[in-house]
Design a protein around this ligand. Structure first.
Ligand code: C2O
Ligand code: CU
Ligand code: CU
Length: 448
């Protein structure tokens, strides 16, 4: 597990972005970046109903930013591309949290550099807690029966270095690795008690979508989506997690058998496979589990009421905003500048251009159309309801509160804008395939 940095008592935390070295595959080391450690960051735990004083220091030799993905905070605390932290500087936002318990995450968000900086390790998990998990009957012993799992894929060169040199196909499809990395580690096994175990899954990959299941076909019980708990668990045999998304599941290990979390190949392909990108890889192990009966299993019963909620709006009569996620093809793409290959509604992201302004408290219906391939669509500063996916009712895994949603064809989102964001620090909406985001598939808006 990443170390736990619990800020619920002190109401403050300090993160220092730093460089270090990490041995991934064998003794050979790679240059990596992290927060307070050589690679990735600690799991931050902050309390809802409280204001937490954050301190983010940049000891690297290029600008970074730290965006709190999933936190409902105003634009000036959001950490987007307009809030870069220069070399040697410290950023001190106040995180005033009133939203329900959830698993969020934090990562760098410098326009044009996000993909590379996240590959290097500028990412970590953030938990919002309310101290009620024991009463809910949910596993909550950090690293024992409550596991935080950041899923990433990497390529390594012959010297053991993280190999991030995206060629044109990597730019188009998004950069995919050939090695599974969980919490910054390769080839490890999770040792767990013989009972109910909670997995907080975070897809921190640049582009890979994981269609997850368990190796013996065992059920997973979905208890939370991006922005919080469901009302009651949803039983699933597979669960697809796209970049930026989080899901929490309970798995029953009481039979003592060792199984593995496995993934089918990345399902994303260009234009239904016509343009390639369809993979020839096979299913692979994400993380093996080994049951250790000497570890304390505190929960053996699946709670039937978790006390969360599912959005219930119907979107009737709500103003529609259309968004098309566009890609330039072939020569059109090759001829373009690196930050201009992708766009939304025909416009590539421009730092100095606000795409629209929304009055605070407004509800809108966003109709997203994904061009050529699937795109995980994310909006800052809000939690939304998925009204439909390609004209049908949302899949069970999309019926909770979400801030990131894998769009295959089209989707309709019902969004309420409650956090303010001024022109200097607007909110972003973008594809969470980081090569697409850096390449211009992003826009920005104010809420005032
Ligand atoms: Cu997870 Cu705009 O980002
Ligand atoms: Cu975000
Ligand atoms: Cu995309």
């Amino acid at each position: 597990m990443p170390p736990l940095l619990d800020a619920t008592g002190t109401g403050r935390f300090h993160l220092a972005a730093q460089r270090g070295t990490t041995a991934f595959v064998d003794a050979r080391t790679s240059e990596t970046w992290g927060f307070n450690q050589p690679h990735l960051g600690p799991t931050l735990r902050i309390a809802t109903g409280q204001t937490t004083a954050a301190e983010v220091q940049n000891t690297l030799d290029e600008p970074i930013s730290v965006h709190w993905h999933g936190l409902m905070v105003p634009g000036d605390a959001d950490g987007g591309p307009h809030q870069t932290i220069s070399q040697g500087e410290t950023w001190t936002p106040e995180l005033s949290i009133t939203q329900p318990t959830c698993t969020a995450w934090y990562h760098s968000h410098v326009h044009g550099s996000t993909a590379r900086q996240v590959q290097k390790g500028l990412a970590g998990v953030l938990q919002i807690v309310d101290g009620q998990d024991e009463a809910r009957g949910l596993p909550n012993a950090y690293g024992v029966d409550d596991l935080t799992l950041v899923l990433q894929d990497r390529r390594f060169d012959r010297r053991g270095q993280i190999d991030y040199a995206p060629a044109m196909p990597d730019q188009m499809m998004g950069f995919m690795g050939d090695t599974m990395v969980v919490n910054g580690q390769v080839g490890r096994t999770a040792v767990i008690p013989q009972g109910l175990v909670r997995l907080r899954l975070v897809n921190g990959s640049n582009a890979r979508i994981y269609p997850l299941s368990l190796s013996d076909g065992r059920e997973m019980h979905l208890i939370a989506t991006d922005n919080g708990y469901l009302d009651r668990p949803i039983t699933l045999s597979d669960l697809t997690i796209a970049p930026g998304e989080r899901f929490e599941v309970l798995i029953d290990f009481s039979d003592g058998r060792d199984i593995a979390l496995v993934s089918a190949p990345n399902p994303n392909e260009m234009m239904g496979g016509m343009m390639g990108g369809g993979s020839n890889e096979s299913a692979f192990v994400v993380l093996p589990f080994a049951v250790d009966p000497s570890l304390p299993a505190t929960k053996d019963r699946l709670p039937d009421d978790i006390g969360g909620s599912r959005p219930q709006g119907d979107g009737t009569g709500v103003d529609v905003r259309n968004m098309t996620l566009d890609m330039q093809m072939g020569m059109g793409m090759m001829m373009r500048r690196a930050n201009d290959r992708f766009s939304i509604n025909g416009a590539a992201f421009a730092m100095d251009q606000i795409n629209f302004d929304i009055p605070r408290g407004t509800v809108e219906r966003w109709r997203i159309t994904a061009d050529m391939m699937m795109h995980p669509f994310h909006i800052h500063g809000v939690s939304f309801q998925v009204l439909s996916q390609s004209g049908r009712a949302p899949a069970p895994q999309n019926t909770g509160w979400k801030d990131t949603m894998l769009v295959h064809g089209s989707a309709e989102l019902l969004v309420r804008f409650d956090q303010g964001a001024a022109r200097e620090t607007p909110f972003m909406y973008h594809c969470h395939i980081l090569e697409h985001e850096d390449g211009g598939m992003m826009g920005q808006f104010t809420v005032g």
